[in-house]
Ligand binder design. Structure first.
Ligand code: FES
Length: 517
């Protein structure tokens, strides 16, 4: 067992999700899906509906990665904006992007009805708002791009009435959606279990091999063979380099606070600040039957492992939220999540570059994990069933970022710069300077040590060298994780891997603790 990927608690985490049994033996199926977040579970569900035998593996319980840390906006308003999507993927690409995200929301709505999933699904409007009065022209240009992408119902609202109205015009996207992501996953998992899908937790996958019969190995020595394997682990654990040069991990922050229902329209809001803010509401029930409406506000993103100032970021989020939503009560939730941003604004879904035909990946949520995860289920099912999918080339993981060369070079240089951590000082000079229940990186000769002092004062040490491609990890004071600044691997306090692309733990280091003099 290991810690969950973070200490903070999201509003969704109180939901009871069906627990999966541990894997204890090898097995065979038509398809093995690795990763029980929204992408993996949707893929398993779609393939099961097609009559395929499916084995679903996760090293923890369903939804316990980044799906339980989302804010679950269901939207076809692409995060990076249609102007950018059109620039990077052309007009036809922008139309396919709009079509696929619209189809994902429709599919979720239909599946909720078909499988009778009670998950607070609502159709709501979405508002893309100016961040300052200077943004009026940009909003108008974005509207033109949205219309060219085929979203003809999107309106330009010159004098909006909503909370972000003081900054000028906004775009209104009708027929967006929101739901409770863990209630939704719980419903899909129940459907999987009753439909005969074999789903297991505690399966830490250490190797994925293509071939006539693909092989998946777990750290317990269990081997699953399958005609096809789907790796849907937030960021792929079976791809060392190719994908990780084209996407970057960002941490995003969220607060939740009660708000009177009459003070707010139930809708989705986004502004166009960089990083942008995102807002929704959620009805929340207490065990004693009381209910309240929570305002959920996110933003303040930064590259994973490259900042450790969560308190300040939560504080700025609250200040921003109080300016636009003055009726908001005291903050009752604070949590963070990790987003994989691709250099061209859309996910990578399809065959894993470099593998023969039967290994597939889904990654690069780009802050739209719920719709991209659902698109993954639909698209990968088509590919595995041998059908054409009109979205396949748009999301092809082998696509080259020709028109996103600026973003690609910027992210690559940022990663290269992280290797200078090898020659810098540690966070503290002496291990005695590490407070109880905190961690810090120590210099140890030519290398660095990740040292965590537990609540009882015992020091736990391991190598600070990330097991993916040797960057130096950083301590995350808020989530109590070791975060890699290069490609987003995360490890728990004791060095156990939580999030890829690393698949092995930080190497243990025996160190004799010095007695303070
Ligand atoms: Fe790539 Fe750590 S995630 S070096």
């Amino acid at each position: 067992m290991h810690d969950e990927p973070g200490r903070t608690v999201s509003i969704w985490m109180s939901e009871n999700i069906p627990q999966l049994p541990p894997i204890s033996t090898g097995a065979h199926a038509d398809v093995c899906v690795v990763g029980a977040g929204i992408a993996g579970i949707t893929t398993a569900y779609c393939l099961m509906k097609e009559g395929r035998s499916v084995i679903l593996l996760d090293d923890s319980q369903p939804g316990s990665g980044m799906t339980e840390r989302t804010t679950a906006h269901l939207s076809n308003a692409i995060d990076s904006g249609y102007l950018d999507i059109e620039r990077l993927h052309g007009r036809s690409g922008a139309r396919l992007a709009a079509e696929s995200h619209t189809a994902a929301i429709d599919w979720i709505e239909k599946t909720i009805k078909d499988a009778r999933i009670d998950c607070d699904f609502l159709r709501v409007d979405g508002y893309l708002c100016a961040a300052s009065p200077d943004d009026a022209q940009h909003i108008k240009d974005e509207w033109m791009a949205v219309l060219r992408a085929g979203l003809s119902e999107v309106e330009h609202v010159t004098r909006p009435a909503g909370p972000l109205a003081k900054n000028g015009p906004c775009l209104r996207y009708p027929h967006q959606g929101q739901f409770h992501p863990l209630k939704y996953l719980a419903g899909l998992v129940k459907a999987l279990q009753s439909g005969g899908c074999r789903a297991f937790s505690g399966a830490h996958v250490t190797k994925v091999e293509s071939g006539k019969q693909a092989r998946v190995e777990t750290s317990q020595g269990c081997v699953v063979t399958a005609d096809a394997v789907v790796v849907a682990t937030n960021t792929p654990i079976n791809n060392m380099v190719a994908i990780h040069t084209k996407q970057a991990a960002y941490i995003t922050y969220v607060i939740g606070a009660p708000i009177p229902a009459e003070a707010i329209e139930q809708a989705l809001w986004w502004d166009i600040q960089d990083p942008y803010h995102y807002v929704r509401t959620q009805r929340h029930s207490f065990p004693d039957g009381r209910e309240e409406l929570l305002l959920i506000v996110g933003g303040e993103d930064h590259k994973a492992g490259q900042a450790d100032d969560a308190e300040r970021r939560y504080g700025r989020l609250e200040t921003w939220a109080r300016e636009y939503f003055p009726a908001m009560g005291a903050v009752s939730y604070r949590w963070s999540g990790q987003v994989m941003e691709t250099v061209d604004g859309l996910a990578f879904i399809g065959k894993n570059p470099g593998d023969v035909d039967n290994i597939y990946i889904a990654t690069g949520d780009c802050g739209m994990g719920m719709t991209h995860g659902t698109i993954a289920g639909l698209l990968l099912t088509d590919l595995i069933m041998g059908r054409e999918c009109p979205w396949a080339s748009l999301y092809n993981p082998s696509r080259q970022p020709v028109k996103a060369m600026g973003e690609f070079v910027r992210e690559s240089l940022n990663v290269v710069a992280q290797y200078t951590d090898w020659v810098t000082k540690g966070d503290v000079e002496r291990e005695e300077d590490i407070a109880n229940d905190q961690g810090a990186v120590l210099r140890d000769g030519l290398t660095k040590i990740a040292a965590y002092r537990d609540a009882d004062g015992t020091l736990h040490t391991c190598s600070a060298v990330c097991t993916h491609l040797n960057c130096i990890v950083s301590w995350n004071h808020s989530e109590h994780t070791w975060d890699c600044p290069c490609h987003g691997s995360r490890f728990d306090r004791f060095g156990k891997v939580l999030n890829g692309p690393a698949i092995t733990d930080l190497a243990p280091v025996k160190r004799k603790e010095r007695t303070p003099t």
